[in-house]
Design a binder for this molecule. Structure first.
Ligand SMILES: NC(=O)c1ccc[n+]([C@@H]2O[C@H](COP(=O)([O-])OP(=O)(O)OC[C@H]3O[C@@H](n4cnc5c(N)ncnc54)[C@H](O)[C@@H]3O)[C@@H](O)[C@H]2O)c1
Length: 318
């Protein structure tokens, strides 16, 4: 049965993860029915425990590399480990999740005529030769490196989305998400923000790779979720890909110094060799998102970091 009161049945794959849990929360708050599908590979029940009491929230343990048969109006396909430590742990499974997962969710969307959004990534640009990256840049990706299971898996998923559009006229949306941070990030995921905060809170040395002059842009999770919801609501002729992230650049060193200042830590910065394929610069060109989604990030790094530090502090309490 379709709902006719503006309320939709929305599937969020990877819904128990960092971004997925915030998205489920947001969709519930907007009055929709939410089906959260997750195999808990990197996500946890803790992330969505506060939603379980809602009669409009349903949790299903399922691996998206297997077909799924449910009735929904919209699908947000977020299932995929997102940090190098997690996606490199079982690289074959990572590619499977991106590729088979996309095929299964696109198949589902086709069967039930649902609109489907793919959580793609700035990693599709690889180690970019243009800066900042706009959506028409095809990227510079190593197909056989340690990061390739993720980068190429996500690139293939994008291909599948556009082939389902061309071949089956599916209503698709592709978001290329840039570095996002906030509460419910994994404390040990090896990502720069979580690493720095955890090291600072424990009073351990802060590990900076290279000289720390490589830059990143950091988008706070609430801003990012807003962009995904807006993208899903665009007219059917808008498919993306669209970059979503914060264009404001910070050097890794600057981030480390801010975290130390915010946590009041005595940690010192230590410098280690750069890992292979680590991009030097990463900054989204969000011209399309500004124009089509009428969206841009609002939360300043300082405010976002403060909320994230507060979350990590609660995790460390006995
Ligand atoms: N956080 C970021 O900065 C960022 C940047 C770019 C893209 N993305 C994309 O956004 C999505 C969510 O990322 P996140 O940061 O929340 O990561 P996350 O690891 O917290 O969430 C991913 C979720 O997917 C689940 N999952 C993994 N494999 C699965 C499978 N085979 N079947 C079902 N569930 C599975 C995990 O258990 C987890 O709950 C990912 O697709 C990621 O590639 C995130």
């Amino acid at each position: 049965m379709k709902s006719y009161d503006g309320k939709k049945r929305v599937l969020v794959t990877g819904g128990a993860g960092f971004l997925g849990s915030h998205l489920c929360e947001r969709l519930l708050a907007s009055g929709h029915d939410v089906l959260c599908v997750d195999n808990f590979y990197t996500g946890t029940k803790d992330n969505i425990a506060h939603l379980l009491d809602s009669p409009r929230f349903e949790l299903m343990r399922h691996d998206v590399t297997f077909p799924l048969y449910v009735e929904v109006d919209e699908i947000y396909n977020l299932a995929c480990p997102a940090s190098p430590v997690h996606y490199q742990f079982d690289p074959v499974q990572t590619t499977k999740t991106s590729v088979h997962g996309a095929i299964n969710m696109l198949g589902l969307a086709k069967r039930v005529k649902a609109k489907i959004l793919q959580a793609s990534t700035s990693e599709v640009y690889g180690d970019p030769k243009v800066h900042p990256q706009a959506e028409d840049y095809w990227g510079h990706v190593n197909p056989i490196g340690m990061r390739s299971c993720y980068d190429e898996g996500k690139r293939c998923a994008e291909t599948l989305f556009f082939d389902y559009l061309r071949q089956h006229k599916l209503r698709i949306k592709v978001a290329r998400i840039f570095n996002t941070y906030g509460p419910r990030m994994h404390p040990n995921d090896g990502r720069v923000v979580s690493n720095f905060i955890m090291q600072a809170l424990k009073g351990e040395p802060i590990t900076v790779y290279g000289e720390g002059i490589q830059t990143r842009s950091f988008c706070y999770v609430d801003d990012l979720i807003e962009s995904l919801v807006r993208l899903m609501a665009t007219s059917d002729d808008f498919t993306g890909p669209v970059n979503v992230g914060n264009p404001k650049e910070f050097s890794i060193r600057e981030l480390a110094e801010r975290v130390v200042a915010l946590t009041g830590s005595r940690s010192k910065l230590v410098f280690k060799p750069l890992p292979s394929d680590d991009p030097m610069q990463r900054q989204p060109d969000i011209t399309v998102a500004r124009r089509v989604l009428e969206w841009q990030p609002k939360v300043e790094l300082e405010e976002g970091l403060r909320k994230t530090v507060a979350y990590f502090q609660t995790l460390m309490r006995p």
